[in-house]
Ligand binder design. Structure first.
Ligand SMILES: *Cc1c(COP(=O)(O)O)cnc(C)c1O
Length: 711
């Protein structure tokens, strides 16, 4: 069903409807400007949501734009690029592998972060999946995504005056976003049954166009479902273990069935994280039902499946108790042609037969397995050695593909334009070409610095705007806008720490020696400020206490308003933050951060990374493009380790970062700093991209799986 038809638009600019219903607009400057210039106020108040904007805008305003020659010229230009962007056969994939252009890749993920109007993500995992789909579109990969449509999404975060995180859930109006119901040829709602215990729950889907790539987002809120199951798809990570199991069942089994009902028969199947592993089981069941024997079915599924794990600690993996598994699968294993014992074995380690582990299931049922950075690959091989006891640790068949970010989404439009001038009009098309990036050196320092300052001012004014909003709309205490950053200074060296608040990421490590930090922040003429943002998982009490600790320090006058906690971190805020601070701080316990991607976003905007050597930074750091904090892992006392790591951060700040930032020439430009900005853009941007990552998955995994299909 074409929902864009519901919008009433003047003939001359009719195409705005189709554009609004394809998220392609979100990573291109011209279409963004097309919507924004219709009505800047509505653009802002709808949270950059063109569907809502087109619904709310007065019709006479649309007529005026349709009669404005400049607007129409911009419209024509953007629409030509749009048509080309979603239909041209001149893409990397079609040029390189024309013989495979119809071999669909199904990509399953519980989260997709596409744009802030769609609350389908909690954090890094979702951003990765969203970035991947956008890049798949840019490269012409024949990919289709399967996820969930959560009308309440993940929560919005409000912090109370005593620093406690409150979670608020909004209800999305489906008519306000770029979704269309998936219907049958006869125009009826398409639904598929998924067996749960002794009933069936029906699953429908919404289609979200992301450039060329279609995402099918599952929804169980249907009249024919028992009340208890209608809310299954309402929230991300909102329920208990049983709800989670049911969600994953709907995702894995329902996802496969929806694709089949649509007549899609993917050649290759990619499970992003253990949440989606039931998809592999369902395909085994299908084959067995078609007459293939169980062992053969297993090898066919393995040969055409990719499993990506993101979790570096055993406890972080998704597991279910066996009574839950029995409750919901007792009718299912028979359909796979096996008994309970064999079924349980598929998802358990020999040494741990009483918990069903979704990562184990994924590793056993996919021949292509990977961690998400080189270091994480090593960690995985060690962690999952028990699954391959006969192999040496180094030979455990788990590879790695380092995560990357979608450059057109995460680079600020200002840098995009600057690079058009200096790297060439086609720089975005070849942004993973290393040699092109050498040209960054020739950009005048003054231009880079002016642009960076502009982005910093933009960030700080958006922080002030949020604080002002809360102050005036919610009548919070005066101290709260201060804690939210009302005293932020556009001239001070600014550090960002923005990510999920959880123990292993150590958000409060920088406060370990509070007196020393105070001196660093409050130095005369060389002030330093820190912006924090991030949510704690609703059931993570410790993470919430970490937020409270930061918030209370932000309220403390001794810190002179130089610590801020920005509420409700999301993609929109992240875009401002990764481009607007000077230094991006990352200090997880080593070997706990599988990859991390926020530092990659910062790097491509010339924001310098100060990070422990973990995840992607272990590969990205070259001695000149940021700072590495080494953590001594021999020392087993955690408190002692934390203290030493914090001391090293203070040393780097005092001896390197602060002096370099404040060393200015007569024009006020910090030449040494700008040199490092250029170096990080030159060395990191072409590498840590979703483009390089999608090419690797294609060349190392998908093409081989295609071959297996033929064999
Ligand atoms: C990029 C991003 C993340 C991931 O941050 P990490 O530092 O890699 O954990 C989380 N949330 C949002 C909103 C992001 O944009």
């Amino acid at each position: 069903m074409q929902s864009s038809r519901k919008l009433k638009l003047p003939e001359r600019i009719q195409g705005l409807g189709e554009l609004a219903y394809n998220m392609w607009w979100s990573w291109h400057i011209e279409p963004r400007n097309l919507f924004k210039s219709l009505d800047r106020y509505l653009w802002k108040s709808t949270g950059h949501n063109p569907v809502k904007l087109l619904k709310e805008i007065p019709y006479h305003r649309l007529v005026a734009c349709a009669e404005d020659a400049n607007y129409v010229a911009m419209y024509n230009h953007a629409m030509t690029a749009f048509k080309e962007g979603i239909t041209s056969p001149n893409t990397w994939f079609e040029n390189e592998y024309p013989q495979y252009k119809d071999n669909l890749i199904a990509y399953f993920s519980l989260e997709f972060a596409i744009q802030s109007s769609l609350p389908l993500y909690a954090g890094g995992l979702g951003v990765l999946a969203g970035d991947y789909c956008k890049e798949a579109s840019d490269l012409g990969l024949p990919l289709v995504g399967v996820g969930f449509m959560y009308p309440q999404g993940y929560f919005h975060q409000h912090i109370s005056q005593d620093g406690w995180q409150n979670e608020e859930y909004d209800q999305l109006d489906f008519a306000d976003v770029a979704l269309s119901r998936v219907c049958t040829a006869e125009g009826k709602l398409l639904t598929v049954p998924v067996p749960l215990d002794n009933v069936s729950v029906y699953v429908s889907a919404w289609e979200l166009k992301t450039g060329r790539v279609k995402l099918y987002l599952l929804d169980t809120n249907l009249d024919e479902n028992p009340q208890a199951y209608r809310g299954l798809s309402a929230r991300l990570y909102g329920g208990d273990r049983e709800i989670r199991l049911l969600q994953e069942l709907v995702m894995g089994i329902g996802g496969v069935r929806i694709l089949r009902a649509l007549g899609l028969n993917p050649a290759v199947w990619h499970a992003n994280e253990g949440h989606t592993s039931f998809m592999l089981l369902e395909r085994v069941r299908e084959l067995v039902q078609q007459g293939t024997d169980f062992q053969k079915a297993i090898s066919m599924v393995q040969a055409t499946s990719i499993f990506t794990t993101h979790t570096p600690v055993p406890a972080g993996n998704d597991t279910f108790s066996l009574d839950l598994v029995d409750k919901y699968f007792h009718n299912y294993w028979g359909m796979m042609g096996i008994d309970r014992d064999e079924f349980i074995k598929l998802g358990t380690l020999e040494t741990e037969r009483n918990s069903y582990n979704m990562t184990v299931l994924g590793l056993k049922l996919a021949d292509y397995r990977n961690g998400v950075s080189k270091l994480h690959g090593e960690v995985c091989r060690k962690m999952w050695h028990p699954l391959w006891p006969d192999k040496a640790e180094d030979d455990v068949p788990i590879d790695s593909v380092t995560n990357g970010v979608h450059v057109p989404t995460w680079i600020s439009p200002q840098f995009k334009v600057l690079f058009y001038g200096h790297l060439g009009a086609d720089w975005l098309e070849k942004h993973d070409d290393h040699t092109m990036w050498d040209k960054v050196d020739s950009i005048p320092d003054a231009q880079i610095w002016a642009l960076h300052r502009w982005l910093k001012i933009k960030l700080i004014s958006s922080i002030l705007d949020r604080a002002r909003q809360r102050w005036s709309a919610d009548h919070v205490l005066p101290i709260q806008p201060l804690a939210m950053g009302a005293l932020m200074d556009t001239e001070a060296l600014t550090i960002g720490f923005c990510r999920r608040f959880t123990e292993y990421k150590r958000p409060t490590l920088i406060f370990r020696d509070i007196e020393r930090l105070k001196k660093i922040l409050n130095r005369e003429l060389q002030p330093v400020q820190i912006i924090f943002a991030g949510k704690a998982h609703p059931s993570d009490e410790y993470g919430k206490r970490l937020i409270q600790e930061v918030y209370n320090i932000a309220k403390d006058p001794n810190f002179c308003g130089r610590i801020a906690f920005v509420e409700d971190y999301d993609m929109h805020m992240a875009r401002d933050l990764v481009a607007g601070v000077d230094v991006w701080l990352n200090n997880p316990r080593v070997l706990m951060e599988a990859s991390g991607t926020s530092g990659q976003k910062a790097s491509l905007n010339g924001v310098l990374h100060l990070s422990v050597l973990d995840g992607w930074w272990f590969e990205g750091y070259n001695g000149l493009n940021g700072w590495a904090v080494t953590e001594n892992t021999d020392n087993c006392d955690i408190a002692d380790r934390d203290r030493r790591t914090a001391d090293e951060i203070y040393n780097i700040l005092e001896n390197k970062i602060v002096p370099l930032y404040y060393e200015r020439d007569l024009n006020g430009i910090p030449a040494g700093w700008v040199k490092m900005m250029k170096e990080t853009m030159r060395s990191n941007t072409p590498v840590f991209t979703a483009r390089r990552m999608a090419k690797e998955y294609t060349q190392r995994f998908y093409l081989n799986a295609y071959q297996n299909l033929k064999a």
